[in-house]
Design a protein around this ligand. Structure first.
Ligand code: G4P
Length: 526
């Protein structure tokens, strides 16, 4: 059966890291191995440049370019790999969270000198919510960094993950010798030259006790043997089951820039990483092997040309076979839609695709029908769970600055929210609209896009809020009391769910202490 084979040979994943740890470089090296690109730099040129932090126009422009690298598909050893790109800029963290709902596993890149950083910690929390299997790549071994044992402790503690090294570094920085690959039982020696294309000049030694080892790395041989003994004593054998449950992360060491340790990572990845997994809907679990197509929209990208308001919606296929020009049910509206030019993504290129399989991402032209989280099926009325909204960090009232353009403003806000640019809350007390974002940049983006794409003008007014909390309770009495007492702080989100807008950590704590039967969630899915 074609579907069976196609599902089993797919690996859809994201590389996540704190900015600068080496995500872009690693992505590029993986693409080089897949033969998807031939020179380094192809992905890099699309990266949102550093220093552009306050220049949202530049960031939006680069985001436009980066549509091409939103998904990078390539084949390696008969496996179809889909890398989903995640924006490095932290103001777009929400985009990254949503992308993580569409992957089956992740690779986390950690800078060996900096260890676990803030953004990595946050992204790992999202992975933990979904039990996403994680492989860790410790990068930049060609530079001095922390002691590998300390690093592993840090990863375990900070990311709340058990680890198992599958490769081990031999020294680091200027004296970096290479890594011993425990997964393949081979020694790979490092020759420091800036390799930009895939090369095969790695020395392999299969037996760690062999004298050839001493010949190659001299005095380092003893410390490697000692380290390995310790590793094998301290860490449990690698076991696929806890890895697939997101409890145990294999760790690799290397240097993405030097293309070192990347092949080992990739070989292990295709071996152990999961193919598309069953996904929960509100009514049942959908297996990727089901014949009928299902999928959900996890990302919407606006056209950068203000004259064309059409957008590209990214569909993650969850089951069945996607076919061009076949009508699919948009379960949100009940409409059947056909797609005449669905896009597939291969490395840095896009092309029209006739069929696609679970794990694949298809780009669909959209003139405003789709919202993030929408489901497509062949007729069944399903709704995939699990594209959570996270509480924004920053809040402002949004007001109409041009009374003649009321409708345009409403439509603009509506569509930008569907795209997931920010979140909209409506105060129950006064009906005022509140925009919540993860980064300050988003307010400028919204204002600019409303003006240029919808000819509407908005202005912001400050509001002092700390978090938006989605509330849950079975105690209706308490809820009634809560609603009366906290009326001024209640709002609805875009889907009409009730949200408590806490002004400060203290206000939240007080509410939690007073209303003990009410749960306050920082995400909309719980
Ligand atoms: P990111 O996507 O996670 O933000 O990181 P990116 O790959 O852009 O890497 C950040 C910086 O770290 C880049 O240097 C990159 O060349 C460097 N880098 C990546 N991997 C390694 C490695 O294994 N060893 C060393 N020494 N450096 C590494 P940059 O100077 O900021 O950018 P560029 O001028 O090289 O493009």
């Amino acid at each position: 059966m074609i579907l069976n084979t196609e599902v089993k040979r797919r690996r859809t994943f994201a590389i996540i890291s704190h900015p600068d740890a080496g995500k872009t470089t690693l992505t590029e090296k993986l693409l080089l191995f897949g033969g998807a690109i031939h020179v380094a730099g192809a992905v890099k040129s699309n990266k949102i440049k550093k220093g552009a932090t306050s220049d949202f126009m530049e960031i939006e422009r680069q985001r436009g370019i980066s549509v091409a690298t939103s998904v990078m598909g390539f084949e390696y050893k008969g496996i179809k790999i889909n890398i989903l790109d995640t924006p490095g800029h932290e103001d777009f963290a929400e985009d990254t969270y949503r992308t993580l709902t569409a992957v089956d596993s992740v690779i986390i890149v950690i800078d060996c000198a900096k260890g676990v950083e803030a953004q990595t910690r946050k992204l790992m929390e999202v992975c933990r919510m979904r039990n996403t299997p994680v492989i860790v790549f410790v990068n930049k071994l060609d530079r001095d960094g922390k002691d590998p044992f300390d690093l592993l402790d840090e990863i375990e503690e900070e990311l709340k993950l058990s680890v198992r090294p599958l490769s081990w570094p031999i020294s680091m920085g200027p004296t970096f010798q290479g890594v011993y690959n425990m997964f393949e039982q081979k020694l790979n020696l490092f020759f420091a030259d800036d390799k930009q294309t895939v090369a095969d000049d790695v020395v392999e030694i299969e037996d760690i006790n062999s004298e050839i080892l001493d010949k190659h790395i001299g005095g380092y041989a003893k410390s490697l043997r000692d380290d390995l003994e310790l590793v094998n004593g301290v860490y449990p054998e690698f076991d696929n089951e806890p890895y697939l449950k997101g409890q145990l992360a294999p760790v690799f060491f290397g240097s993405a820039l030097n293309n070192f340790g990347v092949r080992e990572l990739l070989n292990c990845f295709i071996d152990i990483a999961p193919h598309p997994r069953p996904i929960a809907t509100e009514t049942r679990e959908v297996s990727p092997f089901e014949e009928e197509l299902t999928g959900f929209i996890f990302k919407i990208h606006a056209n950068m040309d203000p004259n064309h308001r059409d957008r590209l919606a990214f569909l993650k296929i969850c089951s069945g076979v996607f076919e061009r020009n076949k009508p699919y049910l948009h379960t949100g509206t009940g409409k059947k839609i056909k797609f005449s030019s669905p896009t597939a993504f291969m490395a840095d290129k896009k092309s029209i695709v006739d069929t696609a399989y679970p794990g694949d991402i298809v780009g669909l032209h959209d003139t405003g029908t789709f919202k993030i989280g929408d489901t497509l099926t062949q007729g069944e009325s399903l709704k995939f769970k699990g594209i959570p909204s996270f509480s924004p960090e920053l809040f402002r009232y949004i007001e109409n600055a041009d009374p003649m353009k009321f409708k345009q403003l409403a439509k603009g806000i509506d569509q930008l929210m569907d795209e997931g640019v920010a979140q909209l809350f409506t105060s129950k007390a006064n009906g005022r609209k509140i925009i919540g974002t993860v980064g300050a940049l988003q307010f400028d983006v919204i204002q600019y896009r409303l003006e240029h794409e919808y000819t509407a003008k908005c202005r912001y007014e400050p509001i002092n809020l700390y978090k938006a909390c989605w509330i849950e309770t079975t105690n209706q009495e308490q809820l009634k009391d809560f609603r009366i007492r906290k009326y001024a702080n209640l709002a609805t989100d875009k889907r009409g769910r009730e949200v408590f807008l806490a002004e400060s950590p203290y206000a939240l704590q007080m509410a939690q202490e007073k209303f003990t039967d009410i749960k306050f969630h920082f995400t909309s899915e719980f």
